[in-house]
Design a protein around this ligand. Sequence first.
Ligand SMILES: Cc1cc2nc3c(=O)[nH]c(=O)nc-3n(C[C@H](O)[C@H](O)[C@H](O)COP(=O)(O)OP(=O)(O)OC[C@H]3O[C@@H](n4cnc5c(N)ncnc54)[C@H](O)[C@@H]3O)c2cc1C
Length: 227
Amino acid sequence: MSAPPTSCGSNLQLGSVSGSQGHSTDRDCRRFTLVPAPPGRTAGRRKGTRWISPSPGGGVPVATGLHAIGHLVCTTNPTLGRGLALALSGAADLADTVGEYPADPAAQALALDRLTGAHVVPFYQDQAAIDAARLAMMRHTVFGAPSPPPPAETPGRVTYPQLRAAASWDPAAFRAFWKINGMICPPDQVYTDPEVVACTRETLRRHGAAPPVAQPTREQLLTALTR
Ligand SMILES: Cc1cc2nc3c(=O)[nH]c(=O)nc-3n(C[C@H](O)[C@H](O)[C@H](O)COP(=O)(O)OP(=O)(O)OC[C@H]3O[C@@H](n4cnc5c(N)ncnc54)[C@H](O)[C@@H]3O)c2cc1C
């Protein structure tokens, strides 16, 4: 991974591993101590979608003999229930990596970093984008913040909210939506699938993006909750 993944804003948390030795690929984690992220690398809350880069500087592993999987790599908002799948895919990638490079700790670190970039980062970035859009809408609805602008239309690509709205009406969009939620393939593969794009656009044109079932008002909800 060359560039750090995006985060949903306020809850990015970067960790680092440091020691008294200079940078070299033959580092041994037993000589190093985990230290707090430096100023500017930490942005507040620890809950929610966050990312810890295994090689923050890019290229050279921070430490060898120390592999990050599961929550040590990132946590994601529970709304899409991705934590277990990401942790298990990390465990499988770690087993493959150690099997492939049993005696080369630096190669292990770089290989696992690549696999994390392929198998974890796309879902992390997807969740961060979904969270950011949802948070902006909630801030608008609950706190009266400015209404978030509608997502820019990208040719040949639909968004998660568009797909979610279309999934209530169209079977192809429904299957595509659950492919993403079930983590069957990288989200972008679904968002840019020409058939998915066509059926989602057509469905939204015919039915709009509002939920198909009438939603209760705030007053109705409060009444139901205090009954
Ligand atoms: C209530 C709840 C509901 C959830 N529901 C879902 C869901 O429906 N779907 C989903 O995908 N995800 C769900 N998750 C998230 C999911 O459980 C996590 O994303 C996943 O377990 C992360 O795996 P992990 O291996 O990184 O960490 P963990 O599962 O937390 O494993 C870390 C392990 O390390 C151990 N440990 C910690 N410190 C030390 C130490 N110093 N020495 C030795 N051992 C140590 C801990 O005891 C623990 O066993 C849920 C989480 C919670 C809390």
